[in-house]
Design a protein around this ligand. Structure first.
Ligand code: SF4
Length: 236
């Protein structure tokens, strides 16, 4: 057997590397063996019952860690692949879309519901956006942020679509992201009512679907130009 034949035989003998399991919302961990899952917790709102269920499940399956994610989810880390179905069944919750090409997260601050600085009802808008768009399959991944005042605790300006409340309504920013090449979104509308914010979001989502580009919203806007983008979503 020559050298190259030996190498190819050895390569074939190597066990296949484990990957994320999309349909189970399971993310392969650094050890290459175990998985993390993140149940969907809209707007990061929890109840004692949800926390108890998560804690009981974490204990039962002996997780390595319980971690709060930047997308307002509680992540169970270090699960065995063979336990994933039972874990989801015990949780009785849907997976949060921490992976996949879809609307990954709608990050929401407490707004006028709880926060003394709140100027707009970010919880109400955020929950409606979450209900309609969370997990929706799109050509590119998308993150949404909703903040109840200019402090922008949901970091709305670095989301693909971000809303920030002020005394007159919601401002809308588009095209932001906080990844390896961070970009602050551009302000495209102000003084939006909640209904107007929902309408505008729908137009942006339809625009993205029609473009069918794998690039994130900010890149797509960069390519066609802001004026054209505004025309296509009916703002001018
Ligand atoms: S953005 Fe404003 S309303 Fe929302 S949590 Fe921060 S300070 Fe409160």
């Amino acid at each position: 057997m020559d050298f190259y034949t030996i190498i190819s035989v050895v390569e074939k003998m190597e066990p296949e590397k484990k990957k994320d399991i999309l349909e189970k919302g399971a993310i392969i961990q650094r050890d290459g063996e175990t998985y993390a899952i993140a149940p969907h917790t809209p707007a990061g709102l929890l109840t004692p019952e949800i926390l108890r269920t998560i804690a009981d499940t974490a204990e039962k399956y002996n997780v390595a860690a319980i971690k709060i994610s930047s997308s307002q989810r509680i992540v169970l880390v270090g699960l065995k692949e063979e336990d994933l179905d039972d874990v989801w069944s015990d949780l009785g919750m849907k997976p949060g879309s921490a992976i996949g090409i879809c609307v990954r997260s709608v990050r929401v601050c407490p707004g006028t519901t709880f926060c003394k600085r709140g100027k707009q009802d970010s919880m109400s808008l955020g929950l409606k956006l979450d209900e309609k768009y969370h997990s929706m399959q799109l050509p590119a991944k998308m993150k949404i942020g909703v903040s109840g005042c200019l402090f922008s605790c949901s970091e709305s300006a670095v989301r693909d679509i971000g809303f920030i409340g002020d005394t007159k309504g919601f401002k809308c920013y588009v095209g932001g992201n906080a990844s390896s090449n961070p970009k602050v979104g551009e302000l495209i509308a102000e003084e939006l009512t909640q209904d107007a914010a929902l309408e505008l979001t729908e137009k942006i989502i339809q625009f993205l679907k029609a473009k069918n580009s794998k690039k994130r919203l900010g890149k797509v806007i960069e390519e066609i130009g802001m004026e054209q983008f505004k025309k296509e979503i009916g703002l001018i």
